[in-house]
Design a protein around this ligand. Sequence first.
Ligand code: CA
Length: 224
Amino acid sequence: MRILIVEDEPKTAAYVRKGLTEHGYVVDVASDGLDGLHLATTSDYDLVLLDVMLPGIDGWSVLQGVRRQRQTPVLFLSARGQVDDRVKGLKLGADDYLVKPFAFSELLARVQNILRRGQVPRDQTMRVADLEVDPVRRRVTRSGGRIDLTAKEYALLDYFVRHVGELCSRTLIAENVWDMNFDSDTNVVDVAVRRLRAKIDDPYEAKLIHTVRGVGYVFDTRDE
Ligand code: CA
């Protein structure tokens, strides 16, 4: 589970980072609004912890920017505890709002709550057109016919299906499916996509994997 903290107060950021790291989360920190927005929209996080008063652009604007592109859960951490502020945060689409100062145990409980919510669909069968992916049994079918995939092909398909309609760059795929950054050799991604295509697209008329030249792929039901 990856969590992004957007917080300009170094002590708070370090304290939260340490605590969450100790609980097994992978944590990145951005110390101003622009950096936070950039990271939150170019990298895949399971949750963003967002301060409101930030240098550059404030937390409200960061959330709005994130929501234009992604549905990543956001938890506001703010010294602004007025009802108006909390309501504003939730109305803008935040998942929760915690007022500073807070006890780490309360933050952790809220983080776990949000991540648990997000996890429910991870067990549900996902459907895109006539393709079905059952993440519990790791079973893939198209038009009712069973498709056998290798572990890597399955991981790649799982990533695509969870990002339907989004531009999946080679870099993002490499980072999330292989858990590594290899800008130098994104050819690995292309090779894996070709193999996956041969199984889930080539035998069928409607194609699901679409190439975006020079960038990556979009997985959806649109016509080419
Ligand atoms: Ca602040």
